[in-house]
Design a protein around this ligand. Structure first.
Ligand SMILES: [Zn+2]
Length: 157
């Protein structure tokens, strides 16, 4: 018993962020090779202090691929829930090169949405605009350059 009391008194305390402090929703892949780069890009370069991460294999893939309609329904529900609960006005979409989830499901999304993973970002941005959630959507592509990662803004031209 006394041992438990000691543990509780020594427990580390972490700051609680208020929901209104969340400054954007970020959707990207779970690939472990990219997590540190994603985090640094979103906080240092895009300036988000309290991003809401939705991290799933394939990033935006399941939200646009006809191979994943059931997953898409669940994901849309989660995205819309977090946009509303998190008072989100900014959504960051990131796809990355050499994505293993894309490789797994590739054919259907390629034949329907197109081969270009940048195009998939724009397709999702368009779907988000149709939902009229009152959010600004930004799209980025993470490219592999040797053993480094670079980020590139993707815009409709
Ligand atoms: Zn991936």
């Amino acid at each position: 018993m006394s041992q438990i009391a000691t543990l509780i008194s020594e427990v580390k305390r972490y700051a609680l962020v208020q929901p209104e402090e969340a400054d954007g929703l970020v959707i990207h892949c779970s690939d472990p090779r990219f997590q540190a780069a994603f985090r640094e890009f979103v906080t240092s370069d895009l300036g988000l202090q309290h991003p809401i991460p939705i991290v799933v294999p394939g990033g935006v893939h399941d939200l646009v691929s006809p191979a994943r309609l059931k997953a898409a329904r669940n994901l849309w529900e989660q995205v819309e829930f977090m946009v509303k609960k998190g008072h989100v006005h900014r959504i960051i979409l990131i796809n990355h090169e050499d994505c293993q989830w894309y490789a797994k499901w590739n054919t259907l999304v390629q034949t329907t949405v197109g081969q270009d993973i940048s195009g998939h970002l724009l397709a999702l941005a368009e779907k988000l605009a149709e939902k009229k959630l009152g959010v600004e959507v930004e799209c980025y592509l993470a490219k592999l350059e040797g053993d480094a990662i670079t980020f590139h803004r993707v815009d409709r031209d």
